[in-house]
Structures are given as C-alpha cells and as structure tokens.
Design a protein around this ligand. Structure first.
Ligand code: HEM
Length: 477
C-alpha cells in the first residue's frame, strides 16, 4: 500500500520470478516492462528481493519527478560492481560532493572546449574526413565494403579520445583500441539487470569468471586513458609542458589547470589525479559505446528504409547546395526531416534496456501513488520509448510521426532526464547529426549481402546491442 501497483510479491524473492517469466514470455526486458505498464499503469513497482523498484514509463511523470523535484533524486543507486572499481570517484558511479563538483566541472570544460559550437564541429568533421579518406582509398569501382560497427567504434572512439586526451586513433594505435573494445563488448554482452544489484562478494563467490571479466574491462579502459593523463602531469611538474588554462586543448589540460588553481587556494581534496583517472575513464566508457551503438543501430534502420534515406538526402542536397559544402550544426534549424529521422533512430536505439536507479530518500507521491522512502526509482527509458499510448504503432520505424506532431520529439529522452542525465548529450547529438547527415551526403549506402536485422541482439541484458556483424557497401555519390 506504500507503493504504486505491481504484481503480488513473495517473501525474500519479491517479483524476481515474475520478472524472469515475463522476460521469457515477451522475449526481453523492455517488452516485459511494457507488459507491466499495460497491466498496472505508467508507474509500477517490482520488488527485486527486499528492495522496491519503481519504474516510470511516461514522459510527463518523469519530468515531474526528475526535473521539477530533481534535487531529491540526485543520488544514484550505485551498482555494487561499479562502485567496487570507482570507490565513489568519477561521474557514473559516484554520489555526493565529489560527483557534483566533477559534473559541474565537466560541463564547464566541455563548454570552454567548444562543445555544441564550431570547435567541436571541426573536431568531428576532421575525424569523419580522415575515416572517409580511408574508405575512399579502399574503393574498388567506387565501392567500399565497410564493417559498420568497427567504422563507428573507431570514429566515435577517436573523437572522444581526442576530446579527453588530445589523440585520435590511427594506424599506430588502432589495434590497442580494438583489443580494449573487444574486452568491453564481452563484458557488456553478459551484463544483466541482476549484475546491477548483486553484492560483489556474492558475484565473486558464485561467478568468479564473470566477476573477473567485468572488473578487467573497466580497469583496462581506466588504465588506458589515465596513462596519458599521468604522463602529462609528470611533464607539467618537470616544466616540459605548460598548461594553457584559457584555451585548453583537451579535457586533461582543463583538469590539470583547475587542479593547479585549487592547490593555490590550498584545496587539494577534490581535484586529484586519482579522481581524474575515474572521471576520464567514465567519460570514455559512457561516451564511446553509447554513441557508436546508436549509429550502428541507425544505419541498420536506414538501409532497411530506402524511402527515408531518399527524403533525408533530398533535404540535405537542398540545404548544402547539392553537396557543395559539408552539413554543419547550424543546418539543424532547417533540416526537419533529418532531425525527425534522428529522433526515430534514437527512440529505437534507446541504448539502455534498464535505466540506472536513483534512491528515493523520503516518502513522496508519484502520479497520485505513495512511494515510501528506502525504494529506488527511475524513468524506464526503454519502456517509455515503446509506449504505444505516446508513440502510435511504436514498433514501426516512422520518422514522419515527428513531422506530423513536432512536440512529440520532446518525449524522446535517450539521454535520461534530471540531475543525473547524460553529461555528454551535446557531444553525442553533434556527432550523430554530423555523421549521419554527412555520410548520407557523400555515399549511397546499401547492405553487403543480406538485409541487416533491426532487432536487439541481447534483449535480456541491461543494455541494447544492434546487429554488429553487419557490413555495408559505401558507393561515393
Ligand atoms: C547516443 C549517445 C549517448 C546516450 C544515448 C547516452 C545516454 C545516457 C544515459 C541514459 C545516462 C543515464 C541517465 C540517468 O541515469 O538517468 C547517461 C549518463 C552519462 N553519460 Fe551518456 N549517453 C550518450 C553519450 C555520452 C557521451 C558522448 C558522453 C561523454 C562525453 C557521456 C557521458 C555520460 C556520463 C558521464 C553519464 C553519467 C552522468 C551522471 O551520473 O552525472 N554519454 N548517458
């Protein structure tokens, strides 16, 4: 009676058995959540063991809870396996003063570095030019077969790596990147809803192999990005490198400048090298796979819908004077059909099957239902994006829905909502817009072999995975 409705729970296990059953019956976590929504309404409760989990599956209620009352929901329920590695430092798996300060700093540093403006656009377009030059060099009769997942992993990985530590991936360091990426993908593929909650000691005891892989993947990435940061720090100390605090070249430089300023004021507890290691590790982890997955999923959709590509290209040609210049961020105001297509791509790609949970510290009311303290709550983005009451015929890939109702795109919230929403939203939006738009302007893109599937390959895990085996043929226009 102290929570929104949900299936009747059993002592100790709560609703775990029903969750497993409905995931199996409806073939995935998101369809199971959607089933519970249809039975119990847009806000429902599932008990996972002793903890009540409240899911919100509509935009208005998510806005009311996480934006209007945002300050109450700043604390993330930290998945034990992540907290074990982070030690409450960084951005994803941290709460409290250090998290708040690092979030403020990261958003400020991105602004200084030109995110959402020309400077970021230049970085992305330069990276895309370099990758397209490789495609063109490999062309036979104007056609190149591209493994899209590898292409977007590298392109997006290079952008984020250059924003963070000033280096892109080229033929010299590409193999190291692909090895790390392979490790991460294996960890992601096994990560389920239960790994988000199970205590580390239990995981270690019951599944030592699983535990080792998850830890190893996180640590390898953190060590990889922090190696460069440490080298820079040593150079600054020895006078070999001078920090430019007015115009930092990358995130590490901005951080080291701030660390110096704080130290001058005698404050040394927040900006430390240990903290930097976790902040850039999190930005890398959160920024690479998410954006690349969205792009892979997007191109799988586009080749399945040539009519959408035709309409996008018509618009792009008109805006860029028949492709005589690249598409840039200023064009967003006029590219209505491309914007609608990207909203539809992100709604379908909606990368998290299960969103991160936030603590509900005090008793409150959500959509008229009481929600007691001690529970966890989230905007269940995956389920929200397949809500047929909001998106008619939600399973269909239909960008026109956003042209017919321009306000509908506000209800697509792949980056989350409120105080813990995505820090990299502006970077990701710029990447997705510039990469999809400019690739469609440059190439006619067709499947190499069978038409790619647009189904989620891992519907029972915490994150989505599009078909990453796909190869596409890029023919220069
Ligand atoms: C299409 C690409 C992306 C999608 C769909 C995405 C989505 C998300 C979502 C759903 C969350 C969690 C929100 C919540 O807890 O309610 C999140 C958090 C986060 N994202 Fe992203 N993201 C993307 C790209 C990026 C990029 C490019 C970066 C970094 C440059 C980034 C950095 C982060 C960080 C650091 C957090 C944790 C924020 C915090 O807890 O304060 N993301 N993202």
């Amino acid at each position: 009676r102290k929570f929104p409705p949900g299936p009747t729970s059993l002592p100790l296990i709560g609703n775990i058995h029903q969750l497993i059953y409905y995931c199996w019956k409806h073939k995935g976590v998101v369809p199971a959540f959607d089933y519970f929504r249809q039975i119990y309404g847009d806000v429902f409760t599932l008990w996972l063991g002793p903890i009540p989990h409240v899911s919100i599956c509509d935009y208005e209620t998510s806005q009311e809870v996480f934006v209007k009352n945002g300050n109450k929901y700043k604390d993330r329920f930290l998945p034990p396996i992540f907290e074990h590695v982070s030690g409450n430092l960084g951005l994803i798996s941290a709460n409290g003063e250090s998290w708040a300060e690092m979030r403020r700093f990261a958003l400020g540093a991105f602004r200084t570095m030109g995110v959402g403006r020309d400077l970021m656009e230049e970085r992305i377009l330069a990276e895309l030019d370099a990758r397209c030059a490789e495609i063109d060099a490999d062309a036979v009769n104007g056609k190149t077969t591209v493994h899209t997942s590898e292409f977007f992993d590298l392109t997006v990985g290079s952008v984020i790596n250059s924003v963070l530590i000033g280096k892109r991936f080229d033929s010299h360091n590409k193999d190291e990147f692909l090895k790390l990426k392979g490790l991460l993908d294996s960890a992601d593929e096994m990560f389920t809803m239960f790994d988000l909650t199970v205590p580390v000691w239990l995981l270690k005891k019951l599944c030592p192999g699983r535990y080792a892989l998850m830890i190893e993947a996180q640590e390898e990435i953190i060590n990889f990005v922090s190696r460069e940061a440490n080298e820079r720090y040593e150079k600054v100390k020895s006078g070999e490198y001078t920090i430019n605090s007015e115009d930092p070249q990358d995130f590490v430089e901005a951080y080291l400048a701030k660390m110096e300023q704080e130290a001058e004021k005698g404050i040394t507890n927040l900006y430390t090298m240990e903290c930097l290691k976790h902040v850039i590790g999190d930005l890398w982890l959160a920024g690479q796979g998410t954006t690349a997955t969205t792009l892979v999923s997007g191109f799988n959709q586009l080749v399945n819908h040539p009519e959408v590509v035709r309409r996008c290209r018509e618009e792009l040609m008109r805006l860029t004077d028949n492709g005589s210049r690249p598409l840039n961020l200023k064009d967003r105001a006029e590219s209505h059909y491309l914007n609608a297509t990207i909203a539809e791509i992100q709604r379908h790609a909606s990368i998290l099957n299960v969103n991160f949970w936030r603590y509900n510290h005090e008793a409150t009311t959500v959509k008229g239902y009481p929600v007691d303290s001690g529970s966890v709550i989230t905007a269940q983005l995956g389920a929200l994006h397949v809500n047929n009451d909001i998106f008619k015929d939600a399973g269909k890939f239909y960008p026109e829905r956003f042209i017919e109702d321009p306000k509908l795109s506000n209800q697509v919230i792949p980056f989350g909502i409120g105080k813990r929403s995505c820090v990299g939203e502006n970077i990701a939006r710029s990447e997705i817009y510039l990469m999809i738009g400019n690739l469609l302007l440059r190439y006619d893109i067709k499947p190499h072999g069978a038409m790619p599937s647009t189904e989620d390959k891992l519907p029972y895990t915490a994150g989505k995975l599009p078909d990453k085996t796909v190869k596409l043929e890029f023919c220069k226009l």
